[in-house]
Design a protein around this ligand. Sequence first.
Ligand code: ZN
Length: 317
Amino acid sequence: MDLIFLKPVFKEKIWGGNKLKEEFNLDTPSNKTGEAWIISAHRNGVSQVISPKEFEGMGLDELYGDHREIFGENLDDTFPLLVKLLDASDNLSVQVHPDDEYASIHEGEGERGKTECWYIVSADEGAEIVYGHNAKTKEEFIESVEEGKWNNLLRRVKVKKGDFFDVPYGTVHAIGKGIVILETQQSSDTTYRVYDYDRKDKEGNKRQLHIEDSINVSKIPHIDPKLNIEETVLGNSKIVKYLSNEFFSVYKYISKDKLRVELENTYYLMTVVEGCGKVSANGKKYDLKLADSFIVPSGTEKVEFEGNMEIIASRAE
Ligand code: ZN
């Protein structure tokens, strides 16, 4: 089977910028583009197939519904994952996401919770994220939110290119100014905003906050998830496994000249985050450039990369 290449859906954001165009050569609609949903079947933004020809123009939701042979067996009813590139030219709101149960009760049948994780593609010197909070008890958390003691409450962490963060549901978080990330997440669009820096939009309105939901779903106290990063060195190349949780596994493939990756019997999502080159799979060879995103069909035993590049890959569960 052919690799399935996808076209992103862009989202303009109050905090967006122009790096997705300038650094990734993506065809963004404006210089306030915050997100490219590069592999998405979520109803709020469905990626379309670029190739192969037989599926050209089809949405990933339809492809997943009608061509199960590409994806394998024991599948969820709807496509479970969503991969985004985000360009934060300003701070994102401080937010938290629910788990599956809370999302389906409060946001409607079928909406998932959101566990996500971040690969830092680039970061300005000194760039920071909000990752967790310092409240020991729910009372302390509520008091800090109500009194706006953000500097005390929010835990800030400096980041650099190549860092990886696990952001399970219930983690208070925010991507900071000057950071481009690749986010792998459950296919969900449910965000509860805790704090938005009192910003106003073009019309002078502040964005809506969701304090009650945020308090309900935030994990208190925050405990840093422990990463067990596994590295496999193959000549000059390397496979990094960042994490594996109940929703997805995420890897980085670092190809120096050549890298061969043996795959499990399931489909994989892959995006080029650095460099360019070629990939071979099932007897065909494809050119790859920065930000190219594709699905490797289930049953593909291996992919072989040629060139110097880095790919973030994921698979469901
Ligand atoms: Zn988030």
